[in-house]
Design a protein around this ligand. Structure first.
Ligand SMILES: *Cc1c(COP(=O)(O)O)cnc(C)c1O
Ligand code: SF4
Length: 461
């Protein structure tokens, strides 16, 4: 099923339940029971180009393999794909498949980086008081206890650390090591203003059951901590673990119960971006979690040719709501390396928000946000101070996060009109365009902290 066919599915209550993996030559004899086994899924994950060839055989062309091979030489992420997702890809039309796009890069589709891209677009390393912790907002923090995941997304916002070194970048990827977490717990205990911890990474699916418990119990034991969330893309790309890894699920359920006893909230935040990821397996996984009282919310990323379409975004929203996942956020794409092909304009985001709102319950309608580069944090997509649709430059404030500062977000250049693209090609013109946008918000340019713009974007305005 490609995106056009997906659009034809008008009923968000339909869930794919055929034995789709049998269309992959190497898995044609794999039974439903085998496919359901989380250990089988892990063991058969695709982590090398040669596995792509091995499992697909003649179903994949030499040209496609060459395209992926060329991409992996420059991509910031290694590949790791569960058989579940790999088999959901439409291998008759891989170039246009939204799942293939997310996990297997083609060099032919890559675009040059935006001139103002940043490796650490969200300033997570800058706003980090102790190792593995980002403390940007007054009462909530981001805790990164590990930097591995059950799949690797080609667009990962933390490509600077996640998923191991590639041919093009060296990374300090780290696995789960409980001894190293005490400093973070200590910091949280010493900062009573913090109430909320996002356990991300990396992905909580890669924490062992005992580590899920260890982190959960340690955090719930800190008096000021009121809310914790385990972040995992797992439910979207590997629902079998919820169905067959009883120890892991029981750890989540127990921490959640302990939280309730203490009057504290323990939830899961997951990451579906395409309705194609939602099948009968997802529904059953959610039935299990829901019946155990575990609340699950979703954070999607707005991506070109994945979900930047009214029907697809509406379908994603309604399908998630139907299986008791609350659509929480849809993010504008971060301005990280090697992601231009995924990015959309801010205008596309605003239009999609407008179209989706009203299609279902308000509490199941996602907030569309832009996590503004340079550490301004998540901002409502329509709350920019100024947006020039021609140059693609938007200007933002974050009064409670970084008072007095201005932030910038940039639409991808290839989506601008031809004459604007020409202006972007000239370095001096870029400065003129940015100065112009900033002066619409702050006529006295002299009062803007120029060092921060220089530090963030290398911009001398
Ligand atoms: C996203 C994020 C959080 C959590 O923010 P919510 O808007 O509550 O989901 C906390 N800290 C950091 C650094 C974040 O990026
Ligand atoms: S699951 Fe999240 S952290 Fe892991 S590669 Fe994907 S986007 Fe990055």
């Amino acid at each position: 099923m490609n995106n056009d066919e997906m659009k034809k599915i008008t009923n968000h209550r339909d869930f794919r339940d055929d034995e789709f993996w049998r269309e992959i030559p190497a898995w044609k004899d794999v039974s439903r029971e085998q496919f359901a086994d989380h250990k089988w899924q892990s063991k058969n994950s695709i982590i090398k180009l040669k596995h792509v060839k091995e499992v697909l055989g003649s179903r994949v062309s030499e040209a496609t393999i060459a395209d992926i091979e060329a991409a992996l030489k420059i991509a910031p992420m290694n590949i790791r794909i569960t058989p579940y997702v790999f088999a959901l890809i439409d291998w008759d039309d891989p170039a246009n498949d939204p799942l293939r796009r997310q996990f297997l890069p083609f060099a032919s589709q890559m675009l040059p980086n935006h001139p103002f891209y940043m490796e650490d677009s969200l300033h997570e390393d800058v706003d980090s008081p102790v190792s593995m912790l980002t403390h940007r907002y007054p009462d909530k923090v981001l805790f990164l206890p590990l930097t591995t995941c059950p799949v690797y997304c080609a667009y990962c916002t933390r490509s600077r650390i996640i998923g191991g070194s590639t041919s093009s970048i060296e990374k300090d990827t780290y696995g789960a090591n409980p001894k190293l977490w005490d400093a973070a717990f200590e910091y949280l205990r010493n900062h009573p203003e913090i109430e909320d911890v996002v356990i991300s990474g990396g992905d909580s699916y890669n924490l062992q059951a005992s580590q899920i418990r260890h982190i959960g119990e340690a955090l719930l034991d800190i008096p000021n901590i009121r809310r914790i969330r385990y972040a995992t893309k797992g439910i979207a790309i590997f629902p079998m673990k919820i169905l067959t890894d009883d120890n892991w699920v029981q750890a989540i359920v127990d921490v959640q119960k302990l939280g309730r006893e203490k009057g504290k909230a323990v939830v899961i935040h997951t990451h579906f971006s395409s309705p194609r990821e939602i099948t009968e397996w997802s529904r059953q996984a959610m039935d299990r979690l829901f019946s155990e009282g575990v609340i699950v919310r979703n954070q999607a990323v707005l991506q070109s040719d994945v979900n930047n379409d009214v029907d697809i975004m509406t379908m994603l929203t309604r399908k998630l709501g139907y299986i008791n996942i609350q659509p929480y956020y849809v993010y504008m794409h971060d301005m990280v390396p090697n992601c231009e092909r995924f990015r959309t304009t801010l205008e596309e985001g605003v239009e999609l928000e407008k179209a989706v709102r009203g299609t279902t319950a308000g509490f199941n309608t996602p907030r569309f946000v832009c996590d503004v580069p340079g550490g301004g944090g998540k901002r409502n997509i329509a709350s920019y101070e100024y947006y020039d649709r021609e140059t693609g430059i938007s200007v933002w404030r974050a009064p409670e996060v970084k008072p007095g500062e201005l932030f910038l977000y940039f639409d991808p250049i290839h989506k601008l009109a031809a004459y604007a693209q020409k202006r972007w090609a000239i370095e001096k013109e870029r400065r003129v365009m940015v100065r112009d946008a900033l002066s619409r918000v702050e006529p006295d340019l002299g009062s803007i902290k120029k060092e921060t713009l220089r530090e963030r974007f290398g911009l001398n305005i």
